[in-house]
Design a protein around this ligand. Structure first.
Ligand code: THU
Length: 155
């Protein structure tokens, strides 16, 4: 048996250092938080999806008193993009979250959202850029879903 190692490459920088297109996408994910319905967790998440035609589709987490019926912001945005812009590829997704106190905090996509992003990247035939807001100042950028989900299910 041989031990194997995977290296994850990602970038971290200040929001002010981002290219205008990604700075705008992060801003849109912050704005998307307004659509969050999260009375149970009180954790509000916004996501903004960038399409190849420059359009941005927003999503926010939607909770339900039957807890598993709720949906993460990322999937709300990605499925909305798929339903409304079927013929456009998704290039990037930005994610911003706020805790109960209204403070900006990091939210990495859950496993189910990662699997949906695998499908998104397969459809687009190009690497999906995932931008996670860490706090008021910093973001992390992952170029390709394999950075966050190196082993994923595909058919
Ligand atoms: N949530 C998201 O919308 N995206 C994430 O990346 C992490 C978690 C939501 C699900 C639920 O409504 C709340 O945050 C707490 O888990």
């Amino acid at each position: 048996m041989k031990a194997e190692t995977i290296t994850i490459n990602y970038f971290q920088c200040a929001i002010s250092e981002l290219e205008a297109i990604d700075r705008n996408l992060i801003k849109e994910s912050q704005n998307a938080i307004e659509g969050s319905y999260s009375p149970y967790s009180k954790f509000s998440v916004g996501a903004a999806v960038l399409l190849d035609n420059g359009e941005i589709v927003r999503g926010a987490n939607q909770e339900n008193c039957a807890y598993p019926s709720g949906m993460c912001a990322e999937r709300v945005a990605l499925y909305s993009a798929g339903a409304n812009y079927k013929n456009n590829d998704v290039i990037a997704i930005a994610i911003t979250a706020k805790n109960e106190k209204g403070e900006l905090t990091e939210a990495y996509p859950c496993g189910a959202c990662l699997q949906v992003m695998v499908e998104t990247q397969l459809r687009a035939k190009q690497k999906l850029r995932i931008i996670v807001q860490k706090d008021t100042e910093l973001v992390q950028i992952f170029n390709g879903i394999e950075s966050l989900m190196p082993f994923s299910f595909t058919l």
